[in-house]
Design a protein around this ligand. Structure first.
Ligand code: S3P
Length: 180
């Protein structure tokens, strides 16, 4: 079945906040791949990066995604309660095989935000290991430029989020999905 809603996009674009609000509005289950990995490993993402490295974390993400796709394929069409809103870590769509799996798992929506929006939301944040650099503003700009094509390639739909409130984004996504 293909009714899951998958939210992708750069760190700080609002995937988790929008995902939770959308799931609650739709009375669906909400899942966040970062939270699943932290629970599974019993430690924070920043500690996984520090202790085991980024490659190890990326492999965990890929394995989790494969498991979700397998479980989803085993779900009967009529089991509507299994429809979920899934927010995925900002780097998960970077591997090509993950992009293929994401599109199998559901309708993929890219929450697109400008570098300035992201910088304002994430300045002072210490939970994103990739942004603990001297010049996070520049790093965000560079990473977004190199990731943009991959996010677009993974997405069925793109939703611009700059300057919008969570509830507005939720309603726009619901409208977008109703149109098909
Ligand atoms: C990352 C995004 C983070 C987390 C990790 C790496 C990335 O998730 O998975 O810090 O490479 O963009 P969020 O997008 O939920 O912040």
């Amino acid at each position: 079945m293909k009714n899951n809603i998958i939210l992708i996009g750069y760190m700080g674009c609002g995937k988790s906040t929008v995902g939770k609000a959308l799931a609650s509005r739709n009375q669906q289950i909400f899942l966040d791949t970062d939270v699943c990995i932290e629970q599974q490993e019993g430690c924070a993402i920043s500690n996984i990066f520090a202790q085991k490295g980024e490659g190890y974390f990326r492999d965990l993400e890929a394995k989790l995604l494969q498991k979700m796709v397998e479980e989803n394929a085993n779900t009967l069409e009529k089991e509507r309660e299994n429809v979920r809103v899934i927010s995925v870590g900002g780097g998960l769509p970077l591997r090509e095989e993950n992009r293929v799996l994401l599109r199998q798992l559901g309708t993929v929506i890219y929450l697109k935000a400008k570098p300035d929006t992201i910088y304002e939301r994430l300045k002072g944040d210490t939970t994103r290991p990739l942004l603990q650099t001297e010049n996070p503003r520049e790093k965000i700009k560079e990473m977004l430029e190199s990731r943009e094509g991959k996010y677009q390639a993974a997405a069925h739909n793109i939703m611009e989020v700059d300057g919008k409130k969570t509830e507005e984004i939720v309603e726009e996504i619901r409208k977008m999905l109703r149109k098909g």
